[in-house]
Design a protein. Structure first.
Length: 649
């Protein structure tokens, strides 16, 4: 009898353990169903679980006649336990369709209604009439009427965006990409934010879905949605979602006037505010401080908005800065782009169109930068803001923030402080103006004097911010021989318009994205101090608007007064070749004569010797040696041996 009771107890425990395991498996399946539920996901079908009953144990044959006794107390308790577990755990699943694999979800497009909410673009808040800047001293600012007034355009109905969201989710489901609601608490499956030129659809990948898988589907999404191009942010910074940006079928033009008369522009406290446009998603004005940028590289294919962006830069400055506040040096190798500004009072020198004179102009900027550092050292200030604040006549004028110096700028300031005693620097009695150098086409300059242009731009970009000198460099040829590594490293703020290939996007931004833009002012912008790309719809200003504004400023404030000493210095440097480091009009470079004199004295013609004796870089010394070879002074290269000296005159 004791053995029989022991067997019954073991069987009951085995059955209870089996039932517990199946109950846990059932609970796991149900929990998985709730965790990965997506758009209108069909509920998981869980078949009823058949519980295991305890095996019947055959009663052992009695060896001898034994009186039938009542079961022992432990066996009775085991029987009660088995019966209770069997009744309680039996599941009842009703109205649940079958699914062969409960982990694979069925994702269906979200229906119209509260599941998809379209966020319309924000309206740009206008400034009050009293906030508009009319006059500063004797200077008269241009009237806002010269800028074209925006015209209301009809936008696509919200139902079109919901339909596109449904097509987007259907496309993802075709490639086995599951998504879950973006905001389940409010019943929002897809986040849709409409901008002036593109709309961002935000989806949230289901657990276990790699965001890279969604990013690789951009071409498939563009084909299924019949879109011009698709840009995917995987993920959207700080939101935990994947953003899919699709061009609008009806685009809204962004005009410069909308931003110039906005509250954001009127209340801006920036030192040198420039207008880029509006955020492509939120429609908020994008206004940057050139003093903090502090230099900018603009690149993109022809006709994508680069020149319009430069015009928006300049015109926005004309609505805020006087010639006492800011002066321009404009370089226009294409001759036609910046000539409209030739009568602008803000010009420091006439618009420069000769590429051979540009290196001399950059050399003058470097000399002016060092002169200003000496002035700052003598006055005990750190930068142009501190110097101008010290000279301010109006004691109630708000004090501007002095930006900290970079290590390179600190070194230049120390060098200037050491030489200030040896150099009779005169302290100006008037405020120092900011100087903005705008180069419209970098490629033309690099074809003429690549080494000198690259070196000068790099030096200015490293040191000129504290001196109040800023560069805006543009090119339509974003290749590595134009945008070199040295130039790109010193121009951290970059703007990329649409380019034709991924490699061009990487050249400008060090990342992909510019090849997916849609043109007409659509840009990617790297703000100062961050590596996050911001998509911006550029502000449009027409050529006639620019011409009218320049003519108004000239008529009210007088013709430009060029700094003749600067014009003469650039002309002299160009003629002598010292500033440019290139052939003059007669093909003669004084540096060639210096190299030839060194070779005659040493009777040794080698590039390394020229580097040591004249303190030249390798490329410069090699170029001088090539010139001497072409003129018949030295022979061709002879491996590691010095060249033959052919002439002795």
């Amino acid at each position: 009898m004791g053995a029989w009771n022991s067997d019954r107890k073991a069987a009951a425990q085995k059955a209870a353990e089996e039932n517990r395991r199946k109950a846990e498996a059932l609970a796991t399946v149900r929990r998985k169903q709730e965790e990965i539920r997506g758009f209108e996901i069909a509920p998981l079908a869980v078949p009823p679980v058949e519980m295991t009953k305890p095996e019947k144990v055959k009663k052992a044959e009695p060896v001898a006649e034994v009186k039938k006794d009542e079961p022992e107390e432990e066996a009775v308790e085991a029987q009660k336990t088995v019966k209770a577990e069997t009744v309680t755990i039996t599941p009842k699943v009703k109205d649940e369709p079958d699914l062969k694999d409960p982990i694979k979800q069925k994702t269906t497009p979200p229906p119209s209604g509260k599941k998809v909410i379209v966020i319309k673009p924000d309206e740009i808040e206008k400034a009050k009439a009293s906030q508009t800047l009319k006059r500063k001293g004797d200077y008269v600012f241009p009237d806002i009427k010269f800028l074209t007034e925006p015209v209301a355009t009809s936008q696509a109905p919200a139902e079109d965006f919901r339909k596109r969201a449904a097509e987007l989710i259907e496309t993802l489901s075709q490639f086995k990409v599951s998504v879950i609601p973006v905001d389940p608490e409010n019943g929002i499956d897809v986040g849709i934010q409409q901008g002036p030129s593109i709309t961002r659809y935000e989806v949230k990948p289901a657990p276990g879905v790699r965001v890279e898988k969604i990013a690789n589907l951009s071409n498939n999404i563009a084909m299924n949605l019949q879109a011009e191009s698709v840009r995917i942010l995987a993920p959207v910074p700080g939101r935990g979602t994947v953003g899919i940006e699709i061009p609008n079928k009806v685009r809204k033009d962004v005009l410069l006037r909308e931003i110039i008369e906005s509250k954001a522009w009127a209340e801006s406290k920036m030192e040198i505010p420039v207008v880029l446009g509006v955020d492509s998603v939120t429609n908020k004005p994008v206004i940057q401080d050139l003093a903090k940028m502090p230099h900018c590289l603009i690149a993109g294919s022809t006709g994508q908005g680069k020149s319009v962006c430069i015009n928006a830069f300049i015109v926005s400055l004309l609505y805020r800065m006087t010639p006492e506040d800011l002066r321009f040096i404009m370089v226009d190798p294409k001759v036609v782009e910046l000539q409209v500004y030739s009568n602008l009072p803000h010009l420091l020198i006439p618009v420069e169109t000769d590429p051979k004179r540009v290196p001399a102009a950059l050399k003058w900027l470097i000399a002016e930068m060092m002169r200003r550092y000496k002035i700052f050292a003598k006055c005990g200030v750190k930068n142009i803001t501190g110097f101008n604040a010290k000279l301010a006549k109006d004691a109630g004028a708000p004090k501007q923030e002095e930006l900290p110096l970079s290590p390179d700028e600190q070194a230049a300031a120390r060098e200037a402080a050491e030489s200030v005693l040896d150099d009779g620097v005169k302290i100006p009695k008037e405020k120092l103006p900011y100087i903005v150098c705008i180069i419209d086409e970098m490629a033309d300059l690099m074809m003429v004097a690549a080494q000198d242009i690259e070196t000068s731009i790099a030096r200015l970009a490293q040191l000129a911010r504290a001196a109040g000198i800023h560069l805006v460099v543009a090119t339509q040829r974003p290749s590595t021989d134009v945008i070199t590594g040295l130039i790109k490293a010193n121009l951290p703020t970059r703007i990329a318009f649409k380019v034709s290939a991924l490699v061009d996007s990487r050249t400008i931004l060090d990342s992909r994205g510019a090849e997916t833009l849609v043109g007409r002012g659509d840009m990617l912008f790297i703000p100062p101090g961050t590596a996050t790309l911001q998509r911006v719809q550029g502000a449009f200003v027409g050529e006639q608007e620019v011409a009218d504004i320049v003519e108004f400023i000239r008529s009210k404030n007088g013709n430009p007064e060029f700094a003749q000493e600067v014009v003469d210095a650039i002309a002299n440097a160009s003629e002598e070749g010292g500033g440019a480091g290139m052939d003059g009009e007669d093909g003669e470079d004084p540096l060639v004569a210096q190299c030839w004199n060194v070779i005659k004295e040493s009777q040794r013609a080698s590039v390394s010797m020229l580097q040591r004796r004249l303190n030249l870089g390798y490329n410069r010394a090699a170029r001088m040696m090539d010139v001497l070879e072409e003129r018949g002074y030295v022979g061709p290269a002879n491996g590691s041996n010095p060249r033959e000296i052919i002439r002795q005159d």
